[in-house]
Design a protein around this ligand. Structure first.
Ligand SMILES: [Zn+2]
Ligand SMILES: [Zn+2]
Length: 342
């Protein structure tokens, strides 16, 4: 089978490999679709600092069960499944509840990062990581396993503040942000203001349900407040996490609100324990830093897609084009999510 392998910093290629064997407790999937994430780009550029290389990339996986390892009774061969990407210890209270993202025993690994993933013809994965696909097109479903689950998890962290009349800002209308806008639209009555550096992405956000769009830049804070009747907002979902976007979040979030940071842009958001100091958020603003999501949120993201309430914006490419697709992603040329098919 062919597989897109990360070899070292700046080095990855499509190679021919033997098909993997499912170990005890694992199943072998024939991959139907694998999403391409900014994390793949970071791994390629940085060489996956500390990872055991080479490794097959691809942590957004949908496939068909073709073989079951020792001790695996379900699902049946032929079942279509989505893969919960995270690998906690598998034993603690969090992992037992499908919340590997908050495992306290180990720093969670991920299929496609710390073990071989789905940018390949086949992939072996633990059976406990499988979720029924339902009636969702595999290429549309693949991005829901990471981008969708992670965006929905962020929305859930802001959920207590999303009562009718609330205003939410979604910063970064990319793979995660375009799904967050739709989750907010589908599951809350909050007004949604999209923020992005790119006018075309704001137009896209409007098409999928955002009420307003604001271009990032020095005037963004004023524009958000103007779009919200002069008031600060209730929740900011930041899918960029750069200094500029976090500064904006600090400036526009009102007392009693929350800033939910999911993007990994390297910025810093801090509380200054002193009245009136600097560009820190107001008092009574909660700051949440999220990581991935729960298995239950993956199930819910798939159900919302199956119900037609959320639709992943995708472009589909052959596995052989993985390198070019990552370059397109880096250049900001991908709208929504790119998906590879073997
Ligand atoms: Zn990812
Ligand atoms: Zn655990």
């Amino acid at each position: 089978m062919r597989a897109y392998r990360l070899i070292g910093a700046g080095q990855a290629e499509v190679l021919d490999l033997p098909r993997p064997e499912p170990g005890p407790g694992e199943v072998l999937l024939r991959v139907l679709a694998a999403g391409v994430c900014r994390t793949d780009l970071a791994l390629l550029r940085g060489g996956g600092d500390g990872l055991a290389l080479p490794v097959t990339l691809g942590h957004e996986i949908v496939g068909e069960v073709v073989e079951r390892g020792e001790g695996v009774a379900t699902p049946e061969r032929g079942a279509l499944v989505a893969v919960y990407e995270l690998l906690g210890c598998g034993r603690c209270r969090a992992c037992a509840g499908g919340r590997d993202n908050v495992c306290r025993d180990v720093s969670p690994g991920a299929i496609g990062i710390t073990r071989d993933g789905g940018m390949a013809g086949h992939v072996a994965v633990p059976a406990r990581n499988l979720v029924a696909l339902g009636d969702v097109d595999p290429v549309h479903a693949a991005p829901l396993t990471d981008a969708g689950m992670t965006a929905l998890h962020a929305v859930e962290r802001g959920r207590p503040l999303l009562d009718p009349g609330a205003t939410a800002v979604v910063t970064g209308i990319g793979g995660l942000g375009h799904l967050a806008v739709q989750f907010l639209r589908a599951t809350s009555d909050a007004r949604v203001i999209a923020v992005d550096v790119d006018r075309a992405r704001l137009d896209f956000a409007a098409d999928i349900g955002a009420d307003e769009g604001v271009l990032s830049g020095p005037d963004a804070a004023g524009a958000v407040l103007a779009a919200n009747g002069g008031c600060k907002v209730d929740v900011v979902f930041d899918f960029v996490g750069a200094q500029e976007s976090l500064d904006l979040a600090a400036e526009i979030t009102g007392r009693g609100g929350a800033i939910v940071v999911t993007g990994g842009g390297g910025g810093r958001l801090s509380i200054t324990a002193q009245m009136g100091a600097g560009r820190a958020p107001d008092r009574e603003v909660a700051i949440v830093h999220t990581f991935g999501g729960t298995r239950g949120e993956l199930v819910r993201a798939l159900a919302l897609a199956e119900a037609g309430l959320v639709r992943t914006q995708i472009e589909v490419h052959e596995l052989a084009a993985a390198g070019r697709v990552l370059a397109d992603l880096e250049a900001g040329k991908v709208l929504g999510r790119a998906v590879l098919v073997p």
